[in-house]
Design a protein around this ligand. Sequence first.
Ligand code: PGA
Length: 271
Amino acid sequence: MRIPIIAGNWKMNLGRVDEALAFVRSIRHRLNEIEGVERVLCPPFTVLAAVADILRPTHIGLGAQTMHWDDRGAYTGEVSPAMLAGLCQYVILGHSERRTGRVAFPDHAAQVSVENDTAVNRKVHAALAHDLIPIICVGENLAQNEAGQTHEFVGGQVRAALEGLTAKQVERCVIAYEPLWAIGTGKAATPADANRIIGLTIRGAIAEVFGEATAAAVRVQYGGSVNLENIAAFMSMPEVDGALVGGASLKPDFVELVRQAALARCWSKRT
Ligand code: PGA
């Protein structure tokens, strides 16, 4: 059985120790009490250690937002899997803001890829080697969506990210389906579309290479404008195993969002 996972991707927000700790202190007890879903916070590097300290007595997971694949080296500004191991349990890899270069060149997104398929694949291998669970982001842009290329493009991203892994390793990965046009726009995919792409395209691509049993074991989240109003609808979809939440993870309401997710999943299993 796949345990749903809701992860909050803080991006470049709440990165001062005082503000991060104040926020986590305000939600951690209530967040910790929610059963039936894994909950994970992914703050900026600057506060990972401080947040790790106050999450230690809880069951709330901690993740980084990216990492390099090498353990050490002349990579100014980068953070390695060896540095993260022991500090957190998860790492987001291949987020579209990094794949498209938006993090480096906001005005020229898509011109310079900071994280391409090859880099993502190396990072996935490195994360698993260090016992970190990768949350691998995939998703098509608006033009690809409108041209009917979603299946081919997203399937290709999944195959590339998982290349060279064993089926057992694949089962430990989390995949986040995040259509680029839905991220930060307030315009989420429909739950039915997310369900179809996760089932047919993402599990389909995994099944082709690693077999049906592996495809059925991997957890696949939806991400892109998930909020308190739409989380229940996504969670009631059988292929959707949780959400990667950006903007809505920065507010105390995030606890309520996770509670709704747990409730919705619980009800949809009974009916
Ligand atoms: P959003 O971001 O929830 O603010 O749309 C999601 C993400 O980028 O992971």
